[in-house]
Design a protein around this ligand. Structure first.
Ligand code: PGA
Length: 244
């Protein structure tokens, strides 16, 4: 694992954007695995700036997002599809038809999960997967559990995740209780993985994930087994173990 510690959130965003930009330059048809949440917003802004400066061309890029809330339509401003359109896609020259997010209002969510796995397979797998990390060590919505769920699946969100995400909603009652998420298998098959984290509230999750035992109780800990992970975090997020 490569570990990059930056001075602050802006530095983390710039560094992670550089890595994604390099991936796009190396392979303009890359399949990018993308993430939502507060952490990637700055990095998406950096990518938009690079696009506007003429440094990046997204016209042949394909993207697959990690997850979506069950029950939210793409037009819902809390949906992850909406987030991606607003924070990245509508500012760059990506073909929207080549951007994929699980369908939160699929009539048959189980079939939607199978369809999503097939789709990723058909695209040839993920070249670079971007991940945030939850305070409870989740990646995507792979919540702490007894086993690692390998395929895309429906998941009941834990109370900790509902509380953490309540900041985006009027109150925690409004946070959907379930989601569709890419599984650990898809994430682990990505050729490269970038994990981003900012702020002291992520420090303990990072310590457990990357310096603790590999366990499904800390889903991100499986990344210790991945051959190409780069962890980009700011100083506030960095566990002591990362600074020796
Ligand atoms: P955040 O979420 O970027 O909003 O902190 C990360 C995550 O839950 O994966």
């Amino acid at each position: 694992m490569r570990v990059i510690v930056t001075e602050d959130y802006a530095g983390m965003s710039r560094k992670a954007a550089e890595l994604i930009a390099a991936q796009i330059l190396l392979n303009p048809q890359s399949v990018l695995g993308l993430a939502t949440g507060s952490t990637p917003i700055g990095l998406y802004q950096c990518l938009v700036e690079k696009y506007r400066a003429g440094e990046l061309d997204f016209s042949r890029i394909r993207s697959v997002n990690l997850d979506e809330y069950l029950g939210l339509s793409p037009e819902d401003d809390q949906s992850y599809r909406y987030f991606m359109n607003e924070n990245l896609f509508r500012h760059i020259n990506i073909n929207l038809a080549n951007t994929y997010v699980p369908d939160g209002i699929a009539k048959d969510p189980v079939a939607e999960c199978a369809r999503y796995d097939e789709l990723i397979c058909r695209l040839g797998g993920i070249d670079m997967q971007l991940l945030g990390i939850g305070n409870n060590g989740h990646i995507g919505f792979n919540e702490p559990a007894n086993t690692f769920a390998l395929s895309t699946h429906c998941v009941a969100l834990t109370e900790s995740t509902i509380q953490a995400n309540a900041r985006f909603f009027a109150d925690s009652e409004q946070v959907p209780q379930q989601a569709l998420t890419m599984g650990i298998g898809q994430i682990m098959r990505a050729r490269r993985v970038i994990v981003i984290a900012s702020g002291s509230e992520k420090r303990e999750a990072l310590r457990k994930a990357f310096w603790g035992p590999v366990t499904p109780e800390v889903p991100a800990s499986i990344l210790q087994m991945h051959p190409d992970v780069t962890l980009v975090m700011d100083r506030q997020a960095a566990p002591e173990a990362a600074c020796v």
